[in-house]
Write a protein that binds this ligand. Sequence first.
Ligand code: ZN
Length: 179
Amino acid sequence: MRAMLQGSPERRASSLLRVKRLWAPWRLEYVQHADEGGECIFCRAAALPEDEPELVVHRGELAFVLLNKFPYASGHLMVAPYRHGSAFDDLEDAEALEVQRLSVAAIEALRAIFAPEGFNVGWNIGRVAGAGIVDHGHLHVVPRWNGDTNFMPVLADIKVIPEHLLETRRKLADAWPKR
Ligand SMILES: [Zn+2]
């Protein structure tokens, strides 16, 4: 108890906030160049009639869910409104509600398939904060396991979707909660 009371309030707060960060070096190049091609991956994925090419897991009314091709961890999902130019701080009420509900469903599906021990759920706002696509808001749902800071899959060729991502997409789509 005495140890907990030591140090300045700022110092105690900073140690409470210190969480282990996932080391995902393969994301760096992606984050630096993701939106240089001019085409928004969220708009492309939303417009495609097929789910597989862009790993769409679930399509809602105002928002949809897709697997990240440059994941922080297995099963790294993104929830995005269909509206290009949407951002965390300008969502319509109905969009915000659907993004919230889809995130909860994503957690449920991920629990059913991967049994993670925890999740990081959040928005990267601005490139400095890690956003690869800055003009189309999206929420990350990242499953976490004890010791996963050492997790490092090998994504040899990012132009070809690795088979395990297609398999994961199918499993999550099948496990998506029916309501
Ligand atoms: Zn877009």
